[in-house]
Design a protein around this ligand. Structure first.
Ligand code: SAM
Length: 337
């Protein structure tokens, strides 16, 4: 696998571009918010149609270069903010209402394949994992978290059944010297997991995902991003999300199904939604997946799931049960390091 830290102008391959454009129909114009700009695959495509306005955000300051290129072509139809989408409400003017808001969650190719950023278990560099605008790095997590927090991060954000053993070995190892590099963490994970590991995914995938989620506070980002986006959508506007792992999908599915017209009675284990008002029209719980052709061209799209919902005519109200339902994850992300 190639380290692309020295490749300039590399672009992210926008996942399910055709499917996203079918939902937004930019040929009809409208106001769009692209919450995860990356190298601007969606933004650029939308702007190629007249009568579209796009506001884009990305927490990674490397996105600024790509945004400046797009700005040259579209000037006042395009705005970019180097900001987290949990702060959507702070950057978008109160009277701006969007027809479409898009979130393409996770990492861009530029982030994964720049091995200096330490997101990939193939890197031989330092471990870091900050997307941008973070308060901590992966090194802080590995060298400062207590056993219980570390174990819970790996267990709940990585769905890793050997979380205890991995956390224990991290604590033992860091007493010898700080854990600052990717190969050192990979070695600890390999040693902690059973020799007859048989899953198709790499042995380090779940622990790396867990630490990345914690470093970037991805659950709080998504929950708050969803709420602010709903507030900014026009009635009849569409909220479109592409996600890459089961926890993100669970959050989106809970939100759309429980705040839509045909909301389910829900589980007796989860908070019941008392409000008669709804935020979304009928939600069919339909998942759109990339075509075989796209997966063959870009294997990274394989696990992508697209869901979208249409904003109802009811006025916005704060969806408190969304936060209650995922409170355990939100509290864990808030643990001090
Ligand atoms: C999968 S890429 C998006 C690629 C983009 N659709 C394109 O076509 O180039 C995800 C991007 O979202 C950004 N991102 C992730 N979480 C974010 C957050 N909470 N706020 C703002 N940007 C975020 C990442 O920095 C990354 O650039």
């Amino acid at each position: 696998m190639k380290d692309i830290s020295s490749f300039k102008n590399l672009k992210h391959y926008p996942v399910m571009l055709k499917e996203v454009m079918n939902i937004c129909a930019p040929e009809n114009g409208g106001n769009f918010i692209d919450c995860t700009f990356g190298s601007g695959g969606y933004s650029n495509e939308i702007l190629s149609f007249q009568n579209t306005n796009v506001i884009s955000l990305d927490r990674d300051n490397n996105a600024i270069n790509y945004a400046s290129e797009i700005k040259k072509n579209y000037n006042d139809r395009f705005m970019f903010y180097n900001e987290k989408f949990s702060n959507l409400d702070k950057v978008i003017k109160k009277d701006f209402k969007a027809d479409f808001i898009i979130f393409d969650l996770g990492l861009s190719s530029m982030q994964i394949f720049n091995f200096k950023r330490g997101f990939s278990f193939n890197s031989k560099d330092k471990i870091d994992m900050r997307m941008g605008l973070n308060s901590i790095s992966a090194q802080d997590v590995l060298n400062k978290c207590d056993f219980k927090t570390l174990k819970n991060i790996i267990k709940y954000f990585g769905d890793e059944k050997d979380s205890s053993r991995i956390a224990n070995n991290i604590i033992k190892e860091r007493k010898r010297s700080p854990i600052n590099s990717v190969p050192r963490l990979v070695e600890i994970i390999e040693r902690s997991k059973k020799k007859n590991y048989k899953k198709k995914i790499n042995i380090s995938t779940q622990t790396f995902q867990a630490i990345r989620i914690f470093v970037n506070k991805e659950v709080s980002e998504l929950v708050n991003g969803l709420i602010h986006a709903t507030k900014l959508l026009k009635k009849g506007g569409k909220l479109i999300l592409i996600n890459f792992h089961s926890l993100e999908d669970k959050i989106i599915k809970f939100y759309f199904t429980n705040y839509s017209k045909n909301k389910s009675k829900g589980s007796r284990y989860y908070p019941q939604i008392k409000n008669d008002k709804i935020l979304f029209e009928n939600y069919k719980n339909k998942i759109i997946r990339p075509s075989e052709e796209e997966i063959n061209k870009n294997s990274a799209s394989k696990s992508a799931k697209l869901r979208y919902a249409v904003r109802s005519k009811d006025n916005f109200f704060y969806p408190e049960e969304l936060k209650k339902r995922f409170d355990n994850y939100l509290k864990l992300e808030n643990e001090n390091v």
